[in-house]
Write a protein that binds this ligand. Structure first.
Ligand SMILES: [Zn+2]
Length: 394
């Protein structure tokens, strides 16, 4: 590979991160001479990957052309399969959302139906009127273990029967585009790195508190994958050894006591036991249909039982997160997922538990933020993952 080809992904990343830069900035960043940078820039212009963003005067008084990434070069689709929803995003080359499709799904749906719904979302976005360019590639994420090299979703404990689903093959065949697959929390963290509070951060944790609970660990600017590509399973760290059975087969995992799924289970039991008239009303008496979202709404309306459920879940999530923070010593912890943002009870309890259980010296290095990307984080990350098809590995 030539020197220019080698520097190309780095150059594109730098231009995207900075927004607008001159050829001189690029030469300095990539440690390249002017001539080589000039050739590289001409190549990127010829492919319409970059565009001119006007001129500025340099200190020496010479006019410098500013270069920017051409977001409309190509579009990408990101699909996030969650425990209670599927979200599809149409994104441009900058990772910015152009269009969005949201489908709610009932837990326990058959694998074939879920795949059909994912395809329907993909098709809708392919035909979107908001598109600024043809769709070049698709990114998909699912919870649980993913073999990103083969694009296979190995297992998602929260989806009955979901095993060895060859996402890449299925969607590549259906849509005739390159397909990338990744774990949901990792896709989320990628979106935070590009568009959210992870920008410019080398060491951060992203936790996805939703129907399941996951984590992505960024250390020295890189995603920590682990020996078998399965790192970040904070949802299956034990916080209550005598606690309820988890989908993984162990007892008292964080996910078995503090996930959206666990909250819904406890809420249903509470409705049966007559502990919340409000929740009963919200679910029209069908206790089994209660969701963590209902609990958050009831808590916001002052329901004591629902508030207790969220507090207990938040305290245990905070405990597990404090353990992770003590091990990794990140500069930032981003709280994301469906349980965060609807009702502040969970995040307040998490914040308090972190302050209590983290080592003081480590806690002082930590900044806690609620994700600004919200539940779209993973889908946005999938779109960004797909953009690697054009930008190359960053
Ligand atoms: Zn477990």
């Amino acid at each position: 590979m030539g020197r220019v080809a080698e520097k190309r992904p780095k150059a594109l990343t730098f231009i995207r991160q900075k927004g607008e830069i001159s050829r001189g900035d690029l030469a300095a960043e990539l440690s390249l001479d002017k001539k080589t940078v000039s050739n590289l820039v001409e190549e990127l212009f010829a492919e319409s990957l970059i565009a001119s963003a006007g001129f500025r005067d340099s200190i020496a008084g010479r006019r410098q052309e500013l270069l920017t990434l051409n977001g409309s070069h190509s579009n990408f689709i990101g699909i996030d399969l969650g425990g209670t929803h599927i979200i599809g995003i149409l994104a441009d080359l900058n990772g910015r959302s152009l269009d969005r499709v949201f489908f709610e799904i009932r837990p326990g749906l058959a694998v074939e139906i879920i795949l059909d719904q994912m395809k329907t979302i993909c098709r809708k976005l392919m035909e979107s009127k908001q598109a600024s360019a043809p769709v070049r590639a698709i990114g998909i994420c699912a919870p649980g273990f993913i073999d990103s090299a083969t694009g296979t979703s190995i297992v998602a404990e929260n989806i009955p029967g979901w095993q060895d689903v060859h996402l890449r093959d299925i969607f590549q065949k259906e849509f005739n585009r390159p397909v990338h697959a990744e774990d949901s929390s990792r896709a989320y963290a990628l979106a935070e790195k590009w568009l959210g509070d992870g920008r410019g951060r080398e060491d951060f944790l992203l936790t996805d508190l939703g129907y399941g609970i996951g984590m992505a660990i960024i250390v020295n600017g890189l995603l920590l994958r682990g020996a078998g590509n399965k790192s970040g399973e904070i949802g299956h760290t034990i916080v209550a050894p005598d606690g309820p059975l988890c989908s993984c087969g162990n007892h008292g995992c964080l996910e078995a006591v503090a996930s959206g799924r666990a909250i819904a289970r406890d809420a249903a039991a509470g409705i049966h036991a007559g502990r919340s008239g409000l929740l009963k009303g919200l679910t029209h008496g069908r206790a089994e249909s209660v969701t963590a979202q209902d609990v958050a709404i009831a808590a916001s309306m002052g329901d004591v039982f629902s508030t207790e459920l969220l507090r207990a879940a938040g305290n245990l999530a905070g405990l597990a997160l404090a353990n992770a923070v003590n091990i990794i010593n990140p500069s930032l912890l981003i709280l994301g997922g469906g349980l965060i943002g609807t009702n502040r009870t969970m995040e307040e309890c998490v914040a308090r538990a972190l302050a209590t259980h983290c080592m003081k010296g480590i806690f002082k290095d930590l900044e806690l933020r609620v994700s600004r990307l919200g539940i779209d984080g993973s889908a946005l990350g999938c779109g960004i993952l797909a953009a690697a098809e054009v930008l190359g590995p960053a």
